[in-house]
Design a protein around this ligand. Structure first.
Ligand SMILES: [Zn+2]
Length: 350
């Protein structure tokens, strides 16, 4: 079944965009990325969505995908971190495909992700929510300091690390929305990352999302920058959210949020670049373009993927190279295929 490639998720021409070298040297040059990306190591294939909440609905891509492609040589079976993950995300943007980020709640759903990735090819993002981590530890445990969420998320990550290689697929270990009140959860995971890094030269997790989108933008970016600085020595990728994803997820109800928060502006997104790019090159942005969590179709909210294009073009003018942002698409489930195609073509990689 290896003919169904994730590149099909690009659902359009897979021509690489013209890129200039990125301004930050943290993760190596563009030429280096292309060199590494040049070898067709494993087939790159979309995994079916193993949970009700995939970040990007990959199902249409599975049907449409027919061509074979390779992954960067640095991307190997097992957990992908640091430079290899940067290579993978750059490759995804160049080839115009996005990886499904699947929220899991236990070892069985983790295994389902990896089994699907093994069956249809990889890579896959295994994503832990704070609630999912707590569920893994056991719901009867006290969690007043997020101790159960921390322990369960770490336990899940260790499970992935033990078995991912056996499944023979590259896996990105990621955590999902973390709002301000939940930062102790991320603090605990960061300590685990630092311990793991000391022992093994790489962090336990590949990437973390911070979602301070409910706070004023300035504070949002400030807190992200603080954590990004701590992540940088380990080359952990930061995902942040600007504007708000509507709907309900992980017990957070954004269904009543004001409509303008559901659409970011080019200036909002540029401010993220301004705050984070001096720290490091590799961060991803969940910019709001009318996306809503949940599988239902939002009645009065219209998805506007063209906004992502306008954000890219706004920054292009300032930095002088094409498609500088890495975007992620929350609430992809239930979206129209055409809208997903467009979003991916504008730099959505997850
Ligand atoms: Zn989300």
């Amino acid at each position: 079944m290896l003919s169904k490639t994730l590149a099909g998720l690009a659902l359009g021409a897979a021509t690489a965009e013209a890129f200039a070298p990125t301004p930050m040297g943290m993760f190596g040059s563009r030429a280096g990325i292309e060199k590494r990306a040049g070898i067709a190591a494993q087939p790159l294939v979309a995994a079916p969505v193993a949970s009700r909440r995939a970040t990007v609905s990959a199902v249409q891509g599975l049907k449409a995908a027919e061509t074979k492609t390779g992954l960067p040589a640095s991307v190997k079976p097992g957990v992908v971190t640091g430079q290899a993950l940067v290579d993978l995300l750059q490759y995804a943007k160049d080839k115009k495909f996005a990886m499904p980020g699947v929220n899991i709640v236990g070892t069985n759903s983790i295994n389902a992700c990896m089994e699907a990735a093994a069956k249809y090819g990889g890579p896959i993002m295994v994503t832990f929510s704070k609630g999912g981590g707590q569920f893994i530890a056991g719901k009867t445990l006290a969690n007043d300091k997020d101790q159960a969420s921390i322990a369960g998320t770490i336990a899940g990550a260790r499970h992935v690390r033990e078995v991912a290689k056996l499944y023979g697929v590259p896996v990105v270990l990621h955590t999902d929305h973390c709002q301000k009140a939940w930062l102790p959860w991320i603090d605990g995971l960061m300590t685990a990352n630092e311990e793991h890094f000391k022992q093994h030269g790489e962090p336990l997790f590949s990437s973390h999302m911070l979602d301070l989108s409910e706070e004023p933008d300035e504070e949002n970016i400030e807190i992200c920058a603080k954590y990004f600085k701590r992540m940088m020595p380990m080359k952990i990728i930061l995902e942040m959210e600007i504007g708000i994803t509507g709907g309900v997820e992980d017990g957070v109800d954004n269904s009543g949020v004001s409509k303008e928060k559901l659409y970011s502006t080019p200036e909002d997104v540029f401010n993220v670049h301004r705050g984070l790019a001096p720290i490091g090159e590799m961060f991803t942005i969940a910019a709001a373009f009318g996306n809503v969590h949940g599988v239902y179709k939002p009645g009065n909210v219209k998805l506007q993927p063209d906004l992502l294009d306008s954000f890219q073009k706004h920054l292009e003018k300032k930095v002088g190279y094409g498609k500088p942002f890495f975007f992620v698409f929350h609430g992809g489930s239930g979206s129209e295929k055409e809208d997903i195609d467009k979003a991916v073509s504008y730099g959505v990689v997850k």
